[in-house]
Design a protein around this ligand. Structure first.
Ligand code: ADE
Ligand code: ZN
Length: 360
């Protein structure tokens, strides 16, 4: 409709998107076949259309962990630098078509180097980074990479397989600083939030800041508002999700006072039942705007979070424009408020002031 056209035409930044969460079933299948791994895809019997359809029907989730299990399983087929290039380039094409001028793209190195496969870090980063370079020249999309640590990979987490030694995140970081410093702009913290507080990663974030890397962390998605405070206290500059700040007025006050940007992901929060479990079914963006917070809208894992039915019965895709449209409907946003959200995203990016002029 008219709103969707308006949203697509607005220059925007996407500040919270996991590249592994943009992996559409069609591309999973194509890359699996290229690597001779199609036999390992659960439920695949040679009928591509049926398999993609069945994958989409699995994408109904009770909570974050239910989603993460499927998201990590999809990563099994990624083996070569070209696989990571194609994954990233596919996302960049969709983002550019939706009016995204700047994308700060998360990736989970440990998924590929330790958990699902034992790939060299260079395979992951070189492939993703080459796509970012080509997106700039070919699509006019300014894309940058943020390397995320898996927050469940610490010695106190009993279900991680294999169990993570304490030095794992720091050794990934040191390798990235030594060999890939110019290919990433920052570090983040993601995966299973509850029970895995940011303070565990204090030393890793301290090292990242010393190397001039920008710092973000998921906090207050399924975890308590206190995790947002912990994230700020270890030097994080932007909070991913952060919606549960609304449960603690002192946390809201600090976020507003320090003008900390929050990268909210409305379709994700719906599809992972965050909205239902913590906000009585109400999209939290209205309350966050009313509280004076610097809110940005983002897609999180767009290949997995399509199909949200808003409270007026409309269905929406998972990519960035859908997140604006859903929120505009559900929160009764004015056109001015939609523009403010888009401007917040561009202003909250880690691009230099000079680069930002080009985005707007
Ligand atoms: N990894 C991918 N999406 C995520 C999310 N919404 N929360 C935590 N970790 C994630
Ligand atoms: Zn996320």
């Amino acid at each position: 409709g008219e709103l969707a056209r308006f949203v697509r035409g607005l220059p925007k930044a996407e500040l919270h998107v996991h590249i592994e969460g943009t992996f559409e079933p069609e591309l999973i299948l194509a890359i699996a076949e290229r690597n001779g791994l199609e036999g390992k895809l659960a439920g695949y019997d040679g009928d591509a259309e049926a398999w993609c359809e069945s994958q989409r029907s699995l994408r109904n989730f009770d909570d974050l962990q239910g989603f993460l299990d499927l998201y990590y399983a999809g990563c099994d087929v990624l083996r070569s630098e070209d696989d990571f290039y194609d994954l990233c380039m596919s996302y960049c094409r969709k983002a550019a078509a939706g009016g995204v001028r700047r994308a700060e793209i998360f990736f989970d190195p440990q998924t590929h180097t330790v958990e699902r496969n034992a790939l060299p870090l260079s395979v992951v980063i070189n492939g993703l980074h080459r796509a970012c370079v080509d997106a700039k020249t070919g699509l006019g999309l300014d894309a940058a990479l943020i390397m995320c640590f898996l927050r469940h990979r610490h010695p106190g987490c009993t279900w991680a397989s294999p169990p993570a030694p304490a030095e794992e995140p720091l050794s990934v970081l040191e390798e990235a600083i030594a060999n890939h410093r110019h290919q990433i702009i920052g570090v983040g913290l993601d995966s299973s939030e509850a029970g895995n507080p940011p303070s565990i990663f204090r030393g890793v974030f301290q090292r990242a800041r010393a190397a001039g890397l920008r710092c973000v962390a998921h906090a207050g998605e399924e975890g308590p508002a206190g995790y947002i405070t912990e994230a700020l206290d270890i030097g994080v500059e932007r909070i991913d999700h952060g919606v549960r700040c609304l449960e603690e007025p002192t946390v809201v006050r600090r976020l507003a006072q320090e003008r900390v940007p929050l990268t909210v992901c409305p379709c994700s929060n719906h599809r992972l039942q965050v909205v239902r479990r913590f906000f009585g079914g109400e999209n939290p963006v209205r309350a966050m705007l009313n509280a004076g917070l610097v809110v940005t809208l983002n897609s999180d894992d767009p290949a997995y979070f399509f199909g949200h039915v808003d409270k007026f019965g409309g269905t929406h895709g998972g990519y960035l424009p859908a997140n604006y449209v859903v929120t505009a409907h559900e929160c009764g946003l004015s056109a001015d408020e939609v523009v403010v959200l888009a401007r917040n995203s561009l202003e909250s990016s880690f691009a230099s002031p000079k680069e930002k002029e080009v985005h707007i």
